[in-house]
Design a protein around this ligand. Structure first.
Ligand code: ADP
Ligand code: ASP
Ligand code: MG
Length: 473
């Protein structure tokens, strides 16, 4: 039997200012009157970017500038505190907590400025300060509503490997630690407010799960606590048929499968961190995506099997911050291990390859990865193939950053005739040039590479072609 715990996560915009935090606290309070709740919170919106900016400024040696950036954040959190908490005594206790975090931030920036060196470990420590500031504010807002609540740092719950900037949870240890820390609070009738985005190694060293990683924190905790469900509260009404910033007529998808949602997340639908569904698949815990600005709406339910529309397209997505790398030349035809060596290199760097395409004459392998991983990958490939480049077996390793990948997602697309044809005819009509295509073995997506400037017209044309603004039955 699952314990009826509900894990809720609130993203940056849902805790963006005092008014948003108060609304979030109301949602948590409402739910926790019905069932035990654990909330996971992101930093106030924009704060993580600012913190990373301060870290980079500190790296140049400019400690005063980094401190000034932290001061701006201090004023922002102080203003939220004053607006949320009425009594000065209650404020003082929270302020003390916030001040400790800011003092730590200042020390980290000063150390960085002194050494002019920013290790991944220090970057993690600085970039995660935002969650350590927002969690005490949300807990205070809940106490203002008469509930028991306490902020909890996820270093006390989520145990990860040592991969700074994109750490992976160690689930057995996480389970034991999360239950030991959170269940007594729940038993005591309190609502734990856990910092998203971060964890710690088994030695207690702080790590982060990657940008946008608070979604992942929520499902990690959901799995660790055998939650009945995980609700991700954000600023849109669920998973939509396309990014609403690009396709105005995009519509909420009421039910979607883990697989479809994971494909969308993997190919850039920002509403979900790509790894979000991984922890909950085994226990089949449903995940909801809901709008904290319109809590009366149901949003999207992500379930193991979703809701069949008899095969066909459910949604579109595009990922822009990507780079195309190609390794090739006529000489690689006779080199059986080029593919192996190329992808061992990317694996060693933990660079996520989004799409691979190889020409039939085998003289060109091209693949797409996140722009952030491009430079280190190209450097490593040039090293790996140095001898072959010298002897012209491999003629070139080239890089194209001005591209994007579009993915057309739906269950059982391979079994539905004509989808690829319609997709590419629509692109032809829009004069969108297709650089590479991958349908791969996955039945649930067709993805292809286009020039970055074509993303919006491509999405609009496909949304129309597959009538995605009509309710699907
Ligand atoms: P949070 O701060 O709550 O984590 P994010 O900004 O990370 O929120 O994600 C929500 C945003 O994702 C939305 O505002 C929307 O612009 C974008 N988005 C991209 N693709 C989709 C999609 N298919 N459905 C819903 N939102 C999407
Ligand atoms: N605050 C972190 C970020 O901006 C994590 C998150 O919001 O999910 O990346
Ligand atoms: Mg997010």
């Amino acid at each position: 039997m699952k314990t009826p715990v509900q894990v809720m996560k609130f993203g940056g915009t849902s805790v963006g200012d005092a008014e948003c935090i108060a609304r979030t606290a109301q949602i948590i309070a409402g739910a926790s009157r019905m069932t035990p709740c654990v909330a996971v919170v992101s930093a106030m919106s924009g704060v993580t970017n600012r913190l990373i900016e301060s870290a980079k400024i500190a790296q140049t040696g400019d400690a005063a500038h980094a401190r000034a950036t932290l001061e701006v954040l201090r004023a922002q959190h102080e203003a939220a505190l004053v607006a949320l908490v009425k009594s000065e005594t209650n404020r003082a206790a929270v302020r003390e907590k916030l001040e400790e975090v800011f003092a730590e931030g200042r020390r980290l920036c000063e150390g960085t400025a002194l050494l002019r060196e920013l290790s991944l470990r220090t970057l993690d420590a600085i970039s995660s300060l935002g969650e350590r500031l927002s969690a005490p504010l949300v807990a205070a807002a809940l106490r203002e509503q008469g509930l028991k609540s306490e902020s909890v740092e996820a270093t006390e719950c989520i145990v990860t490997d040592e991969y700074h900037g994109g750490a992976e949870p160690l689930m057995d240890l996480t389970r034991a630690k999360s239950q030991a820390r959170l269940l007594p609070l729940l038993a005591n009738g309190a609502v734990p407010i856990v910092t998203g985005f971060l964890g710690a190694t088994s030695d207690g060293e702080l790590t982060t799960l990657g940008r946008g990683g608070s979604d992942y924190s929520a499902t990690i905790l959901g799995a660790a606590l055998d939650a009945a469900e995980v609700i991700i509260w954000t600023d849109v009404e669920g998973v939509l048929t396309a990014d609403p910033r690009l396709v105005a007529e995009a519509r909420t998808i009421p039910v979607i499968s883990y697989r479809e949602a994971a494909e969308l997340a993997y190919f850039g639908a920002k509403v979900l961190h790509p790894k979000t569904l991984k922890p909950v698949v085994q226990a089949a815990i449903p995940v909801w995506i809901r709008n904290s600005f319109a809590p009366e709406r149901l949003g999207t339910k992500i379930t193991p099997e979703g809701q069949s529309i008899g095969g066909g397209v459910k949604a579109l997505t595009a990922i822009r911050d990507v780079t195309l790398i190609s390794v090739g030349g006529p000489g690689i035809v006779g080199l059986p291990d080029v593919v192996g060596r190329t992808f061992s290199t990317t694996a060693e760097l933990r660079a996520d390859v989004l799409l691979i395409s190889q020409s039939s004459s085998q003289n060109d392998i091209c693949f797409i990865l996140s722009a952030a991983d491009a430079q280190k990958t190209v450097e490593a490939l040039r090293k790996e193939f140095a001898e072959d480049l010298k002897h012209e077996k491999v003629e070139h390793i080239t890089v194209d950053p001005n591209i994007a990948v579009v993915a057309v997602v739906g269950e059982n697309m391979r079994g539905t005739r004509g989808i690829a044809g319609r997709t590419f005819s629509a692109m032809g009509r829009e004069n969108v040039n297709i650089i590479a295509i991958a349908q791969g073995s996955s039945e649930s997506n067709i993805s292809f590479v286009i020039e970055e400037k074509d993303v919006k017209p491509a999405l609009l044309a496909l949304h129309r072609e597959f009538a995605l603004s009509q309710p699907q039955s």
